[in-house]
Design a protein around this ligand. Structure first.
Ligand code: PLP
Length: 391
């Protein structure tokens, strides 16, 4: 293990805060490190592993496609891409899709499509939003520590208070190209939007000729208990940004393009790797697995149960438990890093969302018995710490 860590430490960019272990294998919702230690995985590839690790159906699709054709830019048509685009449009009810390679790229594309379509420049985003780290996506992201070192950012971005309907109503105007919103803020602390807020967002956009962009990079592909989180509500976003779990963990991003977007002039946007047959094969196999195994429904049921169990924990350290489906956060009254470390020693991997929220994004194939163990581990870690306090 030391070898792996030393080598990475020697050559890495240094941009990441890493945990001192090397993960070398996964299966379903379990991970193993190089010392053979087993973990219940509630990091879930930061949301990219909804269908579980080492999924045989997806592995086979990738292997077959790798032996047939990996590279095929969109200057040519391709059988896998055609099949994937058709299936994604069919299950989402959207007529068109743009394919790229990450969440940031999906948001970049959606922002550009909104400016192209409306001829306006203003983009309304929200406090605590996270949309990615490229310049357009970063300009829509709220957190100062990500933004400030890189200013000046792209002009035309405004941040309003999330879930504040009045502020939104007052801000959207004939200058607004788009409102960009997460249905549940992920990195910002697992904050679900209210149905009324989302409905107002759609209404004011329609009223003023602006577009509604929903960032489903983290909430998509079954995570919240529906295939897409906007489907919990009577909502019809104009653009939907997807990535993370879209292709079973293989890099891909996508933007679903609604009917209010006109034709996008050729050459105004594009990507070399976008729509490559390898990622398309993985995406198709992954979506088929997700739907055949009713993983969105599973996330809804298990998530409701998990949230209820966590709400039942009577720890003085817990401020609030919140979430939707298997996107779950526990807000503590203090910083979460030591608790995440303690959880890891109990064999449970979880991730932070901001400084004070513990976040759980398990693969949706996780067994209930594993979630029971997660609840026990959380209870034990918080109890130990509370005992330390009262000493
Ligand atoms: N949008 C949301 C809601 C996200 O949670 C993330 C990543 O965490 C992104 C965009 C950026 O995605 P990527 O890291 O693939 O660029």
């Amino acid at each position: 293990m030391m070898d792996i860590i030393e080598i990475e430490n020697h050559h890495t960019s240094g941009l990441y805060t890493k945990r001192p272990l090397a993960i070398v294998r996964g299966q379903g919702a379990r991970l193993w490190d190089s010392e053979g230690r087993e973990y219940i995985d509630c990091v879930g590839g930061q949301g990219a592993a909804n269908i579980g690790h080492a999924n045989p159906q997806v592995a086979q699709a990738i292997a077959e496609q790798a032996q047939r054709l990996i590279s095929c830019p969109e200057m040519f048509y391709n059988d896998r891409r055609a099949a994937w685009e058709e299936r994604l449009c069919q299950v989402s009810g959207y007529p068109r899709v743009f394919l790229c390679n990450s969440g940031a790229e999906a948001n970049e594309a959606a922002i550009k499509f909104a400016r192209l379509t409306t001829g306006r420049s203003e983009i309304i985003a929200f406090k605590r939003a996270f949309h990615g780290r490229t310049f357009g996506a970063l300009s829509a992201t709220w957190e100062k520590k990500y933004r400030e070192p890189f200013e000046p950012l792209v002009p035309g971005f405004i941040h309003l208070t999330y879930n504040d309907r009045q502020a939104l109503q007052a801000a959207v105007s004939e200058r607004t190209a788009a409102v960009l919103v997460e249905v549940v803020q992920g990195e910002g602390g697992v904050n679900p939007a209210s149905a009324e807020f989302l409905s107002v967002a759609e209404q004011v956009c329609r009223q003023h000729g602006a577009l509604l962009i929903v960032d489903e990079v983290q909430t998509g592909f079954g995570r919240t208990g529906r295939l897409f989180a906007f489907q919990h509500y009577d909502l019809r976003p104009d653009l939907v940004c997807l990535a993370k779990s879209i292709a079973g963990g293989v890099p891909m991003g996508a933007v679903l393009i609604g009917g209010r977007i006109g034709s996008l002039p050729p050459q105004t946007h594009g990507s070399t790797f976008g729509g490559n047959p390898l990622a398309c094969a993985a995406a198709l196999a992954s979506l088929n697995f997700l739907l055949e195994n009713r993983l969105p429904e599973r996330a809804a049921e298990l998530g409701a149960w998990f949230i209820e169990q966590l709400r039942g924990l009577s720890s003085p350290l817990i401020r609030e438990v919140r979430g939707l489906g298997l996107m779950v956060g526990i807000e503590l009254k203090q910083k979460v890093t030591p608790y995440l470390q303690a959880l890891m020693s109990e064999g449970v991997m979880a991730l932070p969302a901001g400084l004070t929220v513990m976040r759980f994004l398990p693969p949706l194939v996780i067994e209930k018995s594993d979630l029971e163990r997660v609840v026990e581990a959380v209870a034990s870690v918080l109890a130990k710490e509370a005992a330390e306090w009262t000493k």
